[in-house]
Write a protein that binds this ligand. Sequence first.
Ligand code: FAD
Length: 312
Amino acid sequence: MVLNDNIKKMFASFAPERQKAMDRYTSFRVGGPADLLVLPQTVEQVIALVKTAQKTELPVTIIGGGTNVLISDKGIRGLVMVLTRLKQKIEQITPSINTGEESPGRIYLTALAGEPLGHLCRYAADAGLAGLSWAAGIPGTIGGAVMMNAGAFDSDMSQVVEQIEILDLATLATVVLPANRLQFSYRKLALENSILLKVRLGLTKADAGTVRDEFYRNLKIKQSTQPVSQASAGCFFKNTPGVKSAGFLIEQAGMKRARCNGAMVSDLHANFIVNHSNACARDILNLAGQVRKRVYDKFGINLKEEVKTIGD
Ligand SMILES: Cc1cc2nc3c(=O)[nH]c(=O)nc-3n(C[C@H](O)[C@H](O)[C@H](O)COP(=O)(O)OP(=O)(O)OC[C@H]3O[C@@H](n4cnc5c(N)ncnc54)[C@H](O)[C@@H]3O)c2cc1C
C-alpha cells in the first residue's frame, strides 16, 4: 500500500520508524516491510494511534516481542504497532491492604503489555513470589504471553492472570476484564478486536530460595532441550489432545534436520523450525507444509500451527 502525504503527515508526530523491515522485530528474523511502523511508549499513544488509523482507514496489526509470529516476506499492510516499549515500573500490590480483598499471602503484580515476560519471572523469583517459575526462559512480552496463553511444565498464563485491561477497537473504550470473564484455552485467549494494554497477575508469597531454585531448574531444562540460541518462534505446531507431542510425531516421521533452503527442523527439538541461514518466510512455510504432510501420511494426524502467520 502506498501511503499518501496526507496520511504520512497525520502519523508524523508518532515518530514512525524509518527502517520498516519486520525481520528486526521477530525472533525468526524474517518478515518484509510494514507500510507504517510505530513503537508507542504509553497507553495514550496506543489509543491516539488507533484513532488516527481508523480515521485514515488503515488496518492495525499488533506485535509484542514477535516471538510467536511468522511475518510474510511481503510484509504487513497498514499500521504496525510493536509494543516492546510499552512498559513502566512493575507494580506490586498486597490485595488485603489496597483492594479491600482478604487474601492472605496473595500478591498482585501489574505490568503494561510490553513488559518482557522474563522480567516478570525474575522479579517474582527474586521477591519470593510463587506461580510463575514455569515460564522461565519463555521470550516475548507479557501481553503476547496472555494472548497466546503461553505455557510450559503443565502450567499456563490462565492460572496466574487476575485481570487484564484492554482497548476495545469497536468502541475505543478501555475495559477491565477480571479472570472470570476470560476464555482461555490451549495457547489461546479468546479476545477479538482488542489490544491488551495491562495485565495483573496473582502470585503467592513463598520461600524466596525455593522459588529461585525452581526458576533456575526450569530455565536449565529449557536451555538443554530447546534450540534457544537459534532463530525460531518456539514450537511451530500445537500438540494434539490425547496423542503424543507434536515434536515426537515429527521426529518419528523422520523429519528431524529436514531443510528447505535456510529453514531447518531442529536437531535438538523436532517441533522447532529454525532459521538456520538466511531463510525467508516462504522457506519456513514450505518446510512446515512438508512436516505436516509427513506426519499426516504416517499417523493420520493433522498438525495445527501454534505460530501465528501474519501479513500479505
Ligand atoms: C526459543 C523460544 C522458546 C519458546 N518457548 C515457549 C514455551 O515454552 N511456551 C510457550 O507457550 N511459548 C513459547 N514460545 C513462543 C512465544 O515466546 C510465546 O508465545 C510468547 O508468549 C509470545 O509473546 P510475544 O510478545 O512475542 O507475542 P508475539 O509473537 O508478538 O504475538 C503473538 C500473538 O499475540 C498478539 N499480541 C501480542 N501482544 C498483543 C497485545 N498487547 N494485544 C493484542 N494482541 C497481542 C499478536 O498479534 C500475535 O497474534 C517460545 C518462543 C521461542 C522463540
